[in-house]
Design a protein around this ligand. Structure first.
Ligand SMILES: CC(C)(COP(=O)(O)OP(=O)(O)OC[C@H]1O[C@@H](n2cnc3c(N)ncnc32)[C@H](O)[C@@H]1OP(=O)(O)O)[C@@H](O)C(=O)NCCC(=O)NCCS
Length: 189
């Protein structure tokens, strides 16, 4: 019973506040802003995925909201969160935690920021807060991620939040061939 109450509070009313940011679950009203964020021409240069259409973004947000209704401390389906800049109350990016594609027993962190707001340490601020939330509220033991070494700003963020490179992915399984050449990073509680 106690853990049910805790689960409910942890995911449904989730709000992470930092000095400059509010981080909270996606809402359908975020569709346009999220689409704008990821539609910048170079956004997917180092992400092994195809850019979605605005219709697909809306479906992703709906699916994320459904996942958040199912998320528990024992099983995170997907925790997709919007990053809101306090000073303007604008949606400026996303971050999240979810099962790692190459090993679904592990939880990975990911993020992306609207190009107009980069270079101010805002993603680092969000990622740091999300790692703390993962460790101290969700009680995760470990958080992992992958990054192409050429994605210098992202590598820098991982270093700044205390993640450590473990190895380069040289021979991923066929169905995840897009991960070839990425570096695998971890941090433990
Ligand atoms: C990666 C991304 C989120 C960075 O966002 P950001 O808000 O600019 O990041 P921050 O300002 O918190 O930190 C970036 C760091 O990289 C550094 N940096 C940025 N560009 C750099 C470059 N070309 N060379 C060296 N360092 C660079 C910045 O100086 C900063 O480090 P510092 O604080 O020590 O000075 C943003 O570029 C993005 O959304 N990219 C597209 C999506 C993506 O690649 N996501 C990650 C997938 S692994």
């Amino acid at each position: 019973m106690e853990s049910e109450i805790e689960n409910h509070t942890t995911f449904k009313n989730l709000l992470i506040e930092t000095e400059r940011l509010i981080i909270r679950p996606y809402q359908l009203e975020d569709t346009k802003d999220l689409f704008n964020t990821i539609s910048e021409p170079n956004f997917y240069d180092y992400i092994p995925e195809t850019p979605p259409t605005i219709k697909e973004v809306e479906e992703i947000i709906q699916w994320s909201m459904d996942c958040n209704n199912k998320n528990t401390l024992e099983k995170i389906y997907k925790l997709n969160l919007g990053i809101i800049l306090k000073e303007s109350n604008c949606f400026i990016g996303f971050c999240g935690l979810g099962p790692y594609d190459l090993d679904s027993t592990k939880i990975e962190i990911y993020y992306g920021l609207n190009i107009d707001f980069r270079g101010r340490g805002l993603t680092t601020e969000a990622a740091k807060a999300l790692v703390n939330f993962g460790f101290f509220t969700l009680r995760l033991d470990e958080i992992v991620t992958t990054v192409f070494p050429q994605n210098v700003p992202s590598v820098r963020i991982l270093e700044k939040i205390g993640m450590t490179k473990q190895y380069s992915i040289i021979s991923p399984p066929k169905e995840h061939i897009d991960f070839k050449g990425m570096d695998y990073y971890t941090i433990t509680r």
